[in-house]
Design a protein around this ligand. Structure first.
Ligand SMILES: N[C@@H](CCC[C@H](N)C(=O)O)C(=O)O
Length: 295
């Protein structure tokens, strides 16, 4: 079977996007991991099949290891670009709704030369109930009467990790790291990019406190905003994670580290995140790289 695909990305979080709007596409998890292989395949952090569904299209997202994820923030912007640039929307629209396994997401977009360049996604309310995240941990903190897991201490072979747990439809554990107090095997400098995630990332992702695994964010709070790196469930370290940036802003706000709105700087670029009464809003770019055929 041959599949036409488009290689796209949101801040370097890259996807193989397949058009399933007019004919059904069925991929096994082995197909997905073969396509995402960076040496023997196309290479990507995940595969998105864009299918018809509630709203203007459904984002069927799979991680590079073939596993399903409920949500992908960069993927929603990329899916919006795919639908707009391929002419699936009537002309003159500046918003659309995309179905995901975590519900419908509204996307407002800007265009340049008729193509989507930047989008703001209404990501919905963060989920803080530990059973729904899910995380096996008691609530230990409260924000305006809303209980949450604010400082869960997870012992690791290197040093204790203290994380705030947030779901944006998918599970996240946000660790505000103190680089100075970390052992030399983990960090060789005073910057987030000198942190070695290769062992501690998978250790935390698959820790037994997270029954469905978790995406792990490593964060510092700087004068120009929040800086993060992410070790993604089912992928490994990525250049950006939209749901992760939202979880980081929510965790920083709940724990009093920032206001309700901030730039979140990732290795692949910057997202702007606003946490308002009607939920979390994420703004960032989406890009197309090339088209091809998978044999
Ligand atoms: N990169 C994505 C998140 C993709 C899903 C994640 N790896 C999971 O398994 O939950 C984003 O931009 O949000």
């Amino acid at each position: 079977m041959a599949y036409s695909f488009t290689k796209m990305h949101g801040l370097g979080n890259d996807f193989i996007v397949i058009d399933g709007m007019t004919s059904p596409i069925d991929l096994s998890s082995d197909d997905v991991s073969a396509m995402c292989d960076r040496h023997r395949g196309i290479g990507a952090d995940g595969v998105i099949i864009v299918r018809p569904g509630q709203g203007d299209g459904f984002m069927d997202y799979r991680n590079a290891d073939g596993s399903l994820a409920q949500m992908c923030g960069n993927g929603v912007r990329v899916t919006a670009k795919f639908l707009v640039d391929r002419g699936y929307l009537p002309p003159g629209r500046d918003s659309l709704r995309i179905g995901t396994r975590a519900g419908l997401k509204e996307v407002r977009f800007e265009t340049a030369g008729g193509r989507l360049s930047r989008a703001t996604v209404t990501m919905g309310q963060p989920i803080l109930d530990p059973a729904a995240i899910p995380v096996h941990a008691p609530v230990d903190s409260d924000h305006g009467g809303v209980p949450y897991v604010g400082a869960l201490m997870i012992p690791t072979p290197w040093c204790p990790a203290t994380v705030t747990c947030v779901s944006m439809g998918n599970p996240h554990a946000v660790w505000f790291v103190d680089l100075e107090s970390m052992p030399d095997e983990l960090v060789r400098g005073d910057r987030l990019d000198s942190l070695d995630l290769s062992a501690i990332g998978p250790y935390l992702e698959s820790h037994t406190v997270f029954p469905e695994k978790a995406n792990i964010e490593f964060v510092t709070v700087e004068p120009d905003g929040l800086h993060m790196r992410v070790y993604e469930r089912g992928v490994g370290e990525t250049l950006a994670c939209g749901t992760g940036a939202c979880a980081v802003l929510v965790a920083a706000y709940l724990t009093g580290r920032t206001g309700p709105s901030s730039a979140v700087h990732l290795p692949g670029g910057t997202l702007h995140i606003d946490y308002r009464e009607d939920g979390v809003h994420m703004t960032g770019p989406a890009s197309t790289v090339f088209h091809g055929t998978w044999e």
